[in-house]
Write a protein that binds this ligand. Structure first.
Ligand code: NDP
Length: 327
């Protein structure tokens, strides 16, 4: 039986094309678990893959979609049986292994986790890799010992997927949140998620001083470049910055001054190859520490056929919060 999928192909001239095609199980890549995909989403990396703006795709042709939620259709993996509700994030899916923009996907069972009780397939993809990464950032700050009593937390790229989920989780955990955004018209939305102060991202996006006024106890940065450098330079003594993104740029034009004079820690956060135990912890924390009403408020549902256009929009910074496509 055939099923629908989006496929990115490379033309002879090096140009890439993106089409909706039909596949069969026999076309799928190797793996020990086949999943009926129920929901997928558009992350920034999916935008980079579909637009070809960065070399995210490293196997051609590619079914993009770095994450999905679904139900196991067939399994020869000891940990999963037909009917199990599962989530997949990362592991190179949508980059080197066919991903979630299809009605069916075949992957390694070791890459899957069971969908926690209390999170539907739609909510799992409302969270998606962006939201799960936001949780990893919050957990990294907690591991550093930062508590709500230490002072506010800066969240950059506030209207984006990582940012909006980070604000919601931090707000629920009792942190004061300073949201940095280029879309101040969304201030009410960001406050409804849990931000108490909104700052213009222009305050952080230009070259700044090596050390600034100590403004926040920690930061979740999805933006990189000067924004990350300024976030570090304005962190209070002993604080920490969790860095996970590069929406402004992958450079880090900083000095060592905040590290050697204020003992600031820079915490790198990777979701793609994160070990299974950490993933399971992050997803169970999301089930507990993310207000599902807020998640619904920051999630927009689109159709499968809208995925390509939305992938283009996300790299233009036009997507607010998170987007889910029911497959
Ligand atoms: P989104 O596109 O949803 O959000 C990014 C946000 O960054 C935008 O909404 C915008 O927020 C802000 N932004 C965009 N362009 C610029 C710019 N030029 N200067 C400053 N701010 C900008 O993406 P995601 O939230 O899904 O991902 C954010 C970043 O995190 C991406 O770089 C992504 O690749 C990375 N990421 C990394 C992961 C990892 O494993 N390390 C996993 C998931 C994501 P606003 O409009 O509020 O200013």
């Amino acid at each position: 039986m055939s099923f629908k999928a989006i496929q990115i192909s490379k033309e002879e001239q090096g140009e890439q094309s993106v089409d909706v095609i039909q596949l069969t199980d026999a076309d799928l890549m190797e793996g020990d678990v086949t999943v009926d995909v129920e929901a997928t989403t558009v992350n920034y990396k999916d935008g980079l893959a579909i637009t070809g703006r960065s070399p995210v795709v490293r196997h051609w042709p590619m079914v993009p979609g770095i994450d999905f939620a679904g139900v196991v259709a067939e399994s020869s993996h000891a940990g999963f049986a037909k009917g199990d509700a599962v989530i997949l994030n990362g592991w190179g899916v949508g980059e080197t292994h066919w991903g979630g923009y299809a009605e069916r996907a075949r992957v390694k069972g070791d890459w899957l986790i069971k969908r926690p009780n209390g999170i539907s397939a739609k909510q799992a993809m409302g969270i998606g890799t962006a939201g799960y990464t936001a949780m990893l950032c919050v957990m990294a700050l907690e591991r550093h010992g930062i508590t709500p009593g230490d002072g506010p937390i800066l969240v950059t790229g506030a209207n984006g997927g990582v940012g909006s989920v980070a604000i919601s989780v931090l707000g629920k955990l009792g942190y004061e949140v300073i949201a940095s955004t280029g879309r101040p018209e969304e201030a009410d939305f960001l406050k409804s998620l849990g931000a108490s102060e909104i700052i213009d991202r222009a305050e952080l996006s230009e070259k700044g001083r090596p050390l600034g006024k100590e403004r926040w106890a920690g930061a979740v940065d999805a933006v990189g470049s000067h924004t990350l450098a300024n976030a570090i330079a304005q962190t209070k003594y002993g604080g920490a910055v969790a860095a996970c993104g590069l929406a402004q740029g992958f450079d880090l034009p900083a000095t060592v001054m905040p590290f050697i004079l204020r003992g600031i820690a820079l915490l790198g956060v990777d979701s793609v190859m994160a070990p299974k135990a950490l993933r399971e912890e992050a997803w169970s924390r999301l089930a507990k520490d993310l207000d599902m009403g807020k998640l619904d408020a920051l999630t927009t549902e689109i159709g499968f056929d809208d995925l390509i256009e939305t992938a283009n929009d996300i790299v233009e910074g036009k997507v607010r919060g998170r987007v889910v496509a029911m497959v």
